[in-house]
Write a protein of this length. Structure first.
Length: 368
């Protein structure tokens, strides 16, 4: 049985006072400053213990930002401290943004969720891939079992559209629509569809249709040698492995010559909180309508069961909470019933404390 039921009632009712984010005191929105400090302390102690290199945390309720703190280091080799506007590798936190772009094109009647991929990519017109739809790819039920971002050899992937076309020859290993399996190639194919139907490169479309309207001035979609608006010094490395001395070792980002749909977003906690608040508001933010409320309702309705709950279009759904994480250490959630947007951003994915514990502490900070 699918979890969450209908989330839209919670989303609509949580859009109470503020359509855009602004700083305020916890007491203004019925939260305890002391309890939030206790929640923050969990990450402060993790950094002190060396379990994390650094983190930025942000909590907003009904549009009021009640916690936004930077802890530890962004780049310990260069001695750069974590700051509130540090840029992060968002990895799979890109997927809700790509799903939003698909929803926009559906609203514009450039796509339909029931469209088969073969309609737009001829290489998918075969027995293995021909029945896969946009709905399947958005909900990770396309039957794809490709365990890499793109097929080798790398030299064959000269553009996102060419790389996505190559997936068609592999196609589905199980009947589309019958089972969930998280699929990066599926979302890379969705990114290619965005390019084909909009006539723009993926990074350009997302900037023009989502980032710029929402004022997300620190958000980009990474590709090899991307200038990041001259802000590269605000982007630290990822820390995946510990050395012999148990110190975290920096790792390099994956370099691909084009923006992709499965990951690659670069953003800050504030920018991504803005995006989440737009979803919580039912598609609008500060007077800008990014999506119709019905489109948001479709995205956050459960489409398939997963090992941890359900999945909609680009969002994980569990216990009334809408969320997504990224493999480089970023987590974001939206709690419609409580009016909460919460984020914990690190670049130490294998050392982070349990985000669920932090979320529980945030919930306890709400005055009864």
């Amino acid at each position: 049985m699918l979890m969450l039921g209908i989330l839209w009632a919670g989303l609509a009712s949580s859009t109470v006072a503020q359509p855009s984010l602004s700083y305020g005191e916890p007491g203004e929105v019925g939260m305890s400053a002391a309890a939030l400090a206790e929640a923050l302390e969990m990450y402060e102690k993790a950094v002190e213990r060396g379990d994390l290199v650094g983190a930025v945390v942000l909590v907003a309720r009904n549009g009021t930002v009640v916690l936004h703190e930077a802890i530890g280091m962004s780049d310990k080799e260069q001695g750069r401290p974590m700051v509130r506007n540090t840029l992060f590798h968002m990895a799979s936190n890109t997927k809700p943004v790509v799903a939003t772009a698909i929803a926009q094109l559906v609203e514009a009647e450039q796509l339909s969720y029931s469209d088969r991929i073969r309609t737009y990519i001829p290489e998918w017109d075969n027995d293995r891939a021909g029945s896969i739809t946009i709905d399947h790819l958005l909900s990770h039920t396309g039957g794809l079992r490709i365990n890499t971002l793109f097929l080798p050899p790398a030299r064959a992937n000269t553009s996102l559209q060419r790389a996505a076309a190559r997936f068609g020859d592999v196609g589905a290993e199980v009947t589309p629509g019958t089972s969930y399996r998280y699929s990066n190639p599926g979302f890379n194919t969705l990114g290619a569809l965005i390019e084909m139907r909009s006539g723009k490169l993926l990074e350009a479309y997302l900037d023009e249709a989502i980032y710029t309207p929402l004022g997300m001035d620190d958000s980009y979609n990474y590709r090899e040698d991307h200038p990041l608006g001259g802000k590269r010094d605000r982007l630290g490395p990822m820390y995946y492995q510990r050395g012999d001395d148990e110190a975290w070792q920096p790792a390099q980002a994956t370099t691909i010559p084009f923006a992709r749909g499965s990951g690659g977003m670069i953003s800050t906690a504030w920018d991504y909180a803005t995006f989440c608040q737009m979803i919580l508001n039912g598609g609008s933010y500060d007077g800008v309508q990014v999506l119709d409320s019905s489109s948001v309702a479709t995205m956050v309705a459960p489409k398939t069961e997963t090992p941890v709950g359900a999945y909609g279009y680009g969002w994980t759904l569990r216990d009334g909470v809408i969320s997504h994480g990224g493999s480089d250490g970023t987590d974001a959630w939206i709690d419609p019933d409580r009016g909460i947007v919460g984020l914990v951003f690190t670049q130490t994915p294998r050392g982070r404390p349990d985000v669920a514990e932090f979320r529980a502490l945030v919930n306890l900070a709400i005055d009864p």
